[in-house]
Design a protein around this ligand. Structure first.
Ligand SMILES: C[S@@+](CC[C@H](N)C(=O)[O-])C[C@H]1O[C@@H](n2cnc3c(N)ncnc32)[C@H](O)[C@@H]1O
Length: 325
């Protein structure tokens, strides 16, 4: 016999219990103590989410909040919001690919390097001498973040999460509790950066899936050789080519791609280039301002005002992949 429970909805449709309760409250329906729902209410909640899903399919996944910027064709939207608030506002199973580069505070929190500041140069430092607000990456927060990523991602889809060495040690293992981790890729930045003991030349990209999905190109190696910026217009700005490689590996045309730590909007530019839709958010006003200008200009003129030149490395194969499509 089928039992209609809040848990069913969570397990079978990735609709979080909290959302079901919100829906019941908003519709003045009684919240059952044992989680059991009448068939009618169960169907009602499902219909509501299916309707939401349609909204997503029609215009790209969209939270209720007004976007800070939305392209005329509604294929690109960015929000000035905190990552968790943003993700929680997205419907379940509405995103085709997550590719993101979180602002980890692990380096400062756990290793207490220097005076607790990120090392680097950026004129636009905030009050605390940091480049930008960091996502407080306690295990609890990171878990919440990952579970939200899982909920919003459709079945049989991928996630790419960027890590520095420190956060790879502390936080990456948590990813395995939520996603099916497939590989850890290395971004070889070609040129060395700063570093207390050895000069840093790489970062990690954790590649995982919700359900089963193959990569589209089996010839892509697990070391990505792409030059880093020496002085980027936005702190920790990544070359768009990194995100393009993620798209080449996983996305189809019209996929809804999500980056909830938007920064300079590099992931958005890569998504537009690869004919995908895009949604993203950032907590920083500077990020929203700069990425809005960047995306607008790119859509109108094809000019990327925050990355003038391609940042290819010296790997011929990679170059070919990037030049295709
Ligand atoms: C490492 S940067 C991303 C850089 C980006 N990938 C690029 O190529 O430009 C991380 C971003 O996360 C943002 N951020 C920090 N805390 C956040 C939060 N709680 N919610 C959303 N964004 C946050 C920062 O403002 C910063 O822009």
């Amino acid at each position: 016999m089928v039992k209609y429970t809040i848990q069913n909805l969570e397990e079978n449709y990735s609709i979080v219990a909290e959302d079901v309760e919100k829906y019941l409250k908003a519709n003045e329906l009684k919240i059952p103590k044992n989680g059991k729902l009448s068939k009618k209410v169960y169907q009602g909640v499902l219909d509501f989410y299916i309707e939401n899903e349609k909204r997503v399919l029609n215009n790209g996944s969209k939270p209720k909040e007004k976007p800070a910027f939305e392209s005329e064709d509604k294929r690109v939207a960015i929000y000035h919001q905190d990552v968790i608030t943003f993700l929680k506002s997205l419907p379940s199973n509405s995103v085709d690919l997550i590719m993101t580069d979180p602002a980890y505070s692990g380096m400062n929190q756990k290793l207490k390097l220097g005076k607790g500041k990120i090392i680097g140069r950026y004129k636009d430092r905030g009050e605390k001498g940091k480049w930008f607000d960091e996502f407080l990456d306690t295990e609890e927060n990171y878990n919440t973040f990952l579970k939200e990523c899982y909920r919003v991602l459709k079945d049989n889809r991928h996630i790419f999460l960027m890590f520095d060495s420190y956060s790879l040690l502390t936080l990456a293992p948590i990813v395995r509790d939520v996603f099916d981790v497939k590989n850890i890729l290395v971004w070889d930045k070609v040129n060395i950066g700063l570093g207390h003991y050895f000069r840093r030349r790489h970062e990690f990209i954790l590649f995982a899936s919700k359900g089963k999905r193959k990569v589209k190109l089996r010839s892509i190696p697990d070391i990505w050789n792409i030059k880093r910026f020496s002085q980027a217009p936005y702190p920790t700005q990544k070359p768009t080519e990194i995100f393009e490689l993620m798209l080449v590996s996983s996305a189809e045309e019209d996929f809804v791609v999500c980056d909830p730590f938007l920064g300079s909007g590099a992931a958005a530019i890569a998504s537009i280039k690869r004919k995908c839709r895009f949604i993203g958010c950032d907590i920083s006003e500077t990020s929203i301002e700069k990425s809005t200008n960047r995306i607008k200009e790119f859509i109108e003129t094809g000019n990327d005002n925050m990355q003038k030149n391609p940042m290819h490395g010296n790997d011929e194969k990679m170059l070919k992949i990037l030049q295709s499509g």
